[in-house]
Design a protein around this ligand. Structure first.
Ligand code: FES
Ligand code: FES
Length: 181
């Protein structure tokens, strides 16, 4: 069992204290933004914020963080318009998107302690692995989000990621099999 605060909600996990936080979040809280990649703390897909630090949730047993405040990508911004999210969308950064929640949670922790990070600081703070290779645009997107957080720039809201319901509805007829002759 472990008592935590997750995305500002008190949570009591009636799970083995050795359960990795990632499984508690995904399976018990249905917070599936943090992803399972390697399970060994290498890839960064599962990074969440624990008490202001970016931590790989796959490596942390819930019993070891009793009383902590955990923020996941779902709790970062109710409107999904944190400057990092806006900057990533504006740069067309997300490709398959699997790594993006972990990258954003690592980046937000960096920007809170280092509001104007240079390239080296960003690379050091974001060890995340991206199989789609978003790295070339990543540095600038994080720096742009930093400028927005410092009030030096406004990032216009772009189209929300995901399939527009109207487009999904239009695609349905193509799935209907042709009439039999
Ligand atoms: Fe946690 Fe890869 S799944 S670091
Ligand atoms: Fe696909 Fe990073 S966007 S893994």
């Amino acid at each position: 069992m472990a008592r935590l605060t997750v995305n500002n909600q008190p949570v009591e996990y009636k799970l083995d204290p050795d359960t990795p936080l990632l499984w508690a979040l995904r399976d018990a809280s249905n917070l599936t933004g943090a992803k399972y990649g390697c399970g060994t703390g290498e890839c960064g897909a599962c990074i969440v914020d624990i008490d202001g630090r970016a931590v790989a949730a796959c490596t942390v047993p819930i019993g070891r963080i009793e009383g902590s405040y955990v923020t996941t990508i779902e709790g970062l911004s109710r409107e999904r318009n944190h400057p990092l999210q806006l900057a990533f969308i504006a740069a067309n950064l997300p490709q398959c998107g699997f790594c993006i929640p972990g990258i954003i949670m690592a980046a937000q922790a960096l920007l809170r302690r280092t509001p104007d990070p240079g390239e080296e600081a960003i690379e050091a703070a974001l060890p995340n692995i991206c199989r789609c290779g978003v790295y070339p645009r990543l540095i600038e997107a994080v720096q742009r989000a930093g400028r927005a957080l410092r009030g030096e720039e406004t990032i216009p809201a772009g189209a929300r990621p995901g399939i527009d319901p109207a487009d999904a509805a239009r695609a349905v007829p193509a799935l209907v099999p042709p009439p039999s002759r």
